[in-house]
Design a protein around this ligand. Structure first.
Ligand SMILES: [Zn+2]
Length: 267
């Protein structure tokens, strides 16, 4: 990047944050010493999760855009420069439908989450018709000031149908935990969630990293974290604090959410 004076790049949010971390360890401040003006993200929901987007924009001192696609289908949506809190669907090349997971009905109106079914109009060798990408999305209730008339989805991909799971009878989307954890500047970019069964009861363990200079205020920070998590997800968590740098780092796509109950059931 320094040699070529790059002004843009594309990566997963995990990689964007990991690269900033590595640069800092090398004595390079990515926001000041490099010339990146924009980053496009794909592969994970992060660029549409406000707290994660903010972390990336602050680390690189540039604009971050989300972009969603799938290997089987192609790039079906993008965030325009107006950034209205959602993404445009490329209606010219794709038919996007949202299916109610419980009833199987197609959702036409805004506000209700469902599973995306997608048909690509330009795929010849391997056509995909009403392909189930397992992405959970919802229609936005607004148009975009950029003037494009392509339909909009609200807040990007909200999660994966595989990941949204019932814990203690409550529907939990891992992206909601990410939004809360990354809104705490005292905590590092990395975290891990482990859902398991203790006896007959579901248990959620959240591991976070805190730098040593915040440890004095640990109890206050954890109480605030617990409150915010309960507010966003209606669930209680066991929180474990680890030293900075001790949780696993990921190269491309991260696996921060582990549901051990699924494994037990599949044996
Ligand atoms: Zn727009």
């Amino acid at each position: 990047m320094q040699e070529l004076k790059c002004t843009a790049f594309m990566a997963t949010p995990t990689y964007v944050l990991g690269m900033a971390d590595t640069a800092k360890k090398m004595g390079i401040d990515p926001g000041k010493d490099l010339s990146i003006r924009r980053i496009t993200c794909a592969g994970e929901p992060g660029a549409s999760i406000p707290a994660t987007k903010k972390r990336m924009e602050e680390a690189w001192a540039c604009k971050v855009y989300d972009h969603i696609g799938a290997t089987e289908i192609g790039a079906w949506s993008y965030e325009c420069t107006s950034q209205p809190g959602g993404l445009h669907v490329n209606d010219a090349f794709f038919l996007v439908e949202i299916e109610d997971v419980e009833t199987g009905q197609i959702i036409d109106g805004p506000g209700k989450n469902g599973k995306m079914l997608i048909t690509a109009f330009d795929r010849i060798g391997k056509p995909c018709i009403r392909f189930d990408s397992k992405d959970v999305i919802r229609w936005a209730d607004h148009t975009c000031e950029c003037g494009r008339t392509f339909r909009m989805i609200d807040g990007g991909v909200i999660g994966r149908a595989d990941d949204i799971t019932k814990v203690k009878g409550v529907l939990l989307a891992p992206t909601a935990i990410e939004e809360v954890v990354r809104s705490f500047p005292e905590l590092s970019d990395e975290y891990e969630v482990v859902v398991s069964k203790v006896g007959d009861v579901d248990d959620i363990l959240l591991k976070v990293e805190m730098s040593s200079w915040h440890v004095e205020k640990k109890d206050i920070i954890l109480a605030r974290l617990q409150d915010q998590l309960r507010l966003r997800t209606n669930l209680g968590y066991r929180i474990e604090v680890r030293p900075h740098g001790s949780l696993p780092r990921y190269q491309v796509k991260a696996h921060r959410f582990k549901d051990l109950r699924k494994k037990e059931g599949s044996h």
